[in-house]
Design a protein around this ligand. Structure first.
Ligand SMILES: *[C@@H]1O[C@H](CO)[C@@H](O)[C@H](O)[C@H]1NC(C)=O
Ligand SMILES: *[C@@H]1O[C@H](CO)[C@@H](O)[C@H](O)[C@H]1NC(C)=O
Ligand SMILES: *[C@@H]1O[C@H](CO)[C@@H](O)[C@H](O)[C@H]1NC(C)=O
Length: 509
C-alpha cells in the first residue's frame, strides 16, 4: 500500500472516532493528514489511543463488509478511497443494531434511543419541516435542481409521517448548499474536488447539507454524479439517519448510481419510520430509480436562468460535455444532454440544436460518439446500445446491442483503421462492420501513454494529434511518439473548440 494513501486513510479513521461530519479522503498525503490531525472542533484529547483507533477501523470495516480485523490492511485502505459521503460511520453500527433489534422484537425502538446515540443522530420534534436551496452549481438549471431536490424530499415524506415544503427567502429548518474546498466546517471537512468526499450533512437539529461544488453533478443517468441520489442521501442525515450496512440502501455510505431498483431499500424505510412513524394517511409509496432519470441536464426552455442568459450559444464552454467528435470536413460536434453544437473549422460555434432534429432516434445524454474516416458514418453509443447513421438516416438493424457497455469515449483511429472505445482503465478496438470487439482486446490504457482513465471524448484534429478530453482538461497525444505531449484547459487554450470570443462576459472555470 502506498504510504500517502495510508496516511490519508489514517486521517479518515481519526475522524471516524469523533462526532461531526467526518471527511472522505481520496487525495492528499502527509500534508493533508497533518491538517486533519491538527484540527478538531472540540478541545482534542492528546490523540486517539490505539484501542480507539482499532475500534474506528472495525466500525469502518463493519459498514463496508470487510473482515473485522481492526487493522489497516490493503483492502481497507482501498475501500476508503472510493467516492463516498463524508459523514462518519462511527454510530452506524449501533443505530443499525437498534433497528434490527426493534424489528426482531416486533416494536419500534424510537422511544429508546440510548443517550449515546441521541447525541449523534437525534431527531426533529416536529413533522412539518421547511427547506431552502441556498445555491447550486451554476451549470445546472435552477428549476431542474429544484425539481430533483423536491423529489428527494418526497422520497422520505412518502414513506414517513414527515411533510416538507420549500421556502425561498425565509429561514428554513434544512438548508442545502454547494461549497468549494474549505468552507468553515474545519479543514478536515474541506471538499476535495471531483471524486473522494461528495457531500456531508449535519444531524438534527442543525439541518444542513453541504455538497462539493467542484464535483461533476448531473441530473440524468449519464456521466457525472447523480445529484438526486446524493441529495436524497444527505437529507437522510439531516433527518437523523446513520449510514446503513445494507448494500442496496440509499443510506449506504458509498455513492451509488441511480439504477432501476427502488431508490429506498427496506432498511431506509425502517430507519425513517423508526424515528418518525408511518405516513399519516395512506400507505408508503416507494418508486423505482428509473422514474428519476428524467431531470434533464439542460433544455432550451430555461433562458429565465440569469446566469446563462446571453451565453446560451456557448453553454458547453462553461461546463462538461457528454461526447465530442469531428467529421471529414473538420466540423466539430459537441454533445450534451438533448443538444449538440457544431463548431466550424474557423472556430465558430452554432447555437445549440436538438439532437432529435438531426438524429431522430437518438436518446439524450449519449456516452460516446465517433465519425468514421473511412465512410463518414456517425456512430453513437449509450448504455449497452449503439446507433449508426449515414447522414440523418439510421442504418438498418440499429440500434443494436453493443458489447462494450457505457464506453467513456469513442475514436476513429486512423492508424488502425478501426473504432476504438475507451472505458475506465481499458480500451477496445471494435470492427466498424459488426461493432464487435476484435481479438486480443481489451487492452490496458497504458498503451496510450499519459491518457487518463474516464475521458469524456476523443478526436483526431487536423494537426494530426489525437485530443482527449475529460471535464475541463485536454490531453494532446502524439501518434508518432505514442504519448501525451501537452495538456491544459480546452475552453481557454484550444481556439478551434469555439469558446474564444465567448468568454468576455463569463469566467471560464
Ligand atoms: C410520492 O407520492 C406521490 C403520490 O402517491 C407520487 O405521485 C410521487 O411520485 C411520489 N414521489 C416520490 C419521490 O416517491
Ligand atoms: C465567424 O463568425 C464571425 C461573426 O459572425 C464572422 O465574422 C466570421 O467570418 C466567421 N468565421 C468563419 C471562419 O466562419
Ligand atoms: C478567451 O480566453 C482565452 C484564455 O484566457 C484568451 O486567450 C482569449 O483571448 C479570450 N478571448 C476573448 C475574446 O476574450
Amino acid at each position: 500500500m502506498e504510504a500517502a494513501a495510508a496516511l490519508a486513510a489514517l486521517g479518515l479513521l481519526l475522524l471516524l472516532a469523533r462526532p461531526g461530519p467526518g471527511a472522505g479522503v481520496r487525495r492528499g498525503g502527509a500534508k493533508m493528514f497533518l491538517e486533519k490531525y491538527g484540527y478538531f472542533d472540540e478541545p482534542a484529547p492528546s490523540g486517539p489511543t490505539s484501542e480507539q483507533f482499532a475500534e474506528a477501523v472495525r466500525e469502518f470495516q463493519w459498514v463496508t463488509h470487510l473482515p473485522l480485523s481492526g487493522v489497516l490492511d490493503t483492502s481497507t485502505v482501498h475501500q476508503m478511497n472510493r467516492p463516498r459521503c463524508g459523514v462518519s460511520d462511527a454510530e452506524s453500527h449501533a443505530a443499525w443494531a437498534e433497528r434490527v433489534h426493534a424489528l426482531l422484537s416486533g416494536r419500534r425502538a424510537k422511544t429508546r434511543r440510548r443517550k449515546r446515540y441521541a447525541q449523534q443522530g437525534g431527531k426533529w420534534y416536529k413533522r412539518h419541516l421547511t427547506y431552502r436551496i441556498v445555491n447550486w452549481p451554476w451549470y445546472l438549471p435552477q428549476h431542474q435542481v429544484r425539481l430533483a431536490v423536491k423529489a428527494a424530499f418526497d422520497l422520505w415524506s412518502n414513506v414517513s409521517s414527515l411533510v416538507f415544503w420549500e421556502v425561498l427567502d425565509s429561514p428554513a429548518d434544512i438548508r442545502l448548499a454547494f461549497f468549494h474546498g474549505d468552507h468553515n466546517d474545519g479543514l478536515s471537512n474541506a471538499f476535495d474536488g471531483p471524486g473522494g468526499a461528495l457531500a456531508h450533512a449535519f444531524f438534527p437539529r442543525r439541518g444542513e447539507a453541504h455538497f462539493d461544488s467542484d464535483e461533476r453533478w448531473s441530473l440524468h443517468s449519464g456521466k457525472g454524479r447523480n445529484l438526486f441520489v446524493v441529495v436524497a442521501h444527505e437529507i437522510g442525515h439531516t433527518l437523523g439517519l446513520e449510514h446503513s450496512p445494507v448494500r442496496s440502501a440509499l443510506m449506504s455510505p458509498y455513492y451509488k448510481k441511480l439504477g432501476k431498483d427502488f431508490v429506498l431499500s427496506w432498511d431506509d424505510i425502517l430507519a425513517v419510520q423508526n424515528l418518525y412513524g408511518k405516513p399519516s394517511k395512506g400507505s408508503a409509496v416507494r418508486l423505482p430509480g428509473k422514474l428519476f432519470a428524467h431531470f434533464q441536464d439542460w433544455s432550451p426552455d430555461f433562458p429565465d436562468d440569469d446566469q446563462l442568459q446571453g451565453s446560451l450559444g456557448s453553454y458547453y464552454c462553461q461546463s462538461f460535455f457528454d461526447a465530442i467528435t469531428i467529421d471529414a470536413d473538420h466540423n466539430l460536434y459537441i454533445f450534451k444532454g438533448h443538444h449538440y453544437w457544431v463548431v466550424t473549422k474557423g472556430g465558430n460555434a452554432t447555437d445549440p440544436q436538438l439532437l432529435r432534429t438531426r438524429w431522430a432516434e437518438l436518446p439524450a445524454g449519449i456516452d460516446a460518439a465517433a465519425v468514421s474516416e473511412a465512410d463518414g458514418k456517425f456512430y453513437f453509443f449509450k448504455g449497452g446500445r449503439c446507433w449508426r447513421y449515414k447522414g440523418s438516416a439510421l442504418e438498418a438493424g440499429f440500434p443494436q446491442k453493443c458489447s462494450t457497455r457505457h464506453p467513456d469515449a469513442a475514436l476513429y483511429f486512423q492508424q488502425l483503421r478501426h473504432l476504438v472505445l475507451f472505458k475506465g482503465p481499458k480500451y477496445y478496438v471494435v470492427s466498424e462492420e459488426s461493432l464487435q470487439v476484435e481479438p486480443y482486446y481489451p487492452r490496458s490504457l497504458r498503451d496510450w501513454n499519459g491518457v487518463p482513465a474516464g475521458v469524456d471524448g476523443a478526436l483526431t484534429q487536423q494537426d494530426g494529434f489525437v485530443y482527449f478530453f475529460r471535464e475541463d482538461q485536454y490531453w494532446k497525444f502524439d501518434q508518432a511518439k505514442l504519448q501525451v505531449v501537452a495538456t491544459g484547459k480546452w475552453a481557454a487554450q484550444l481556439p478551434w473548440i469555439g469558446c474564444w470570443g465567448r468568454n468576455s462576459s463569463q469566467t471560464l472555470f
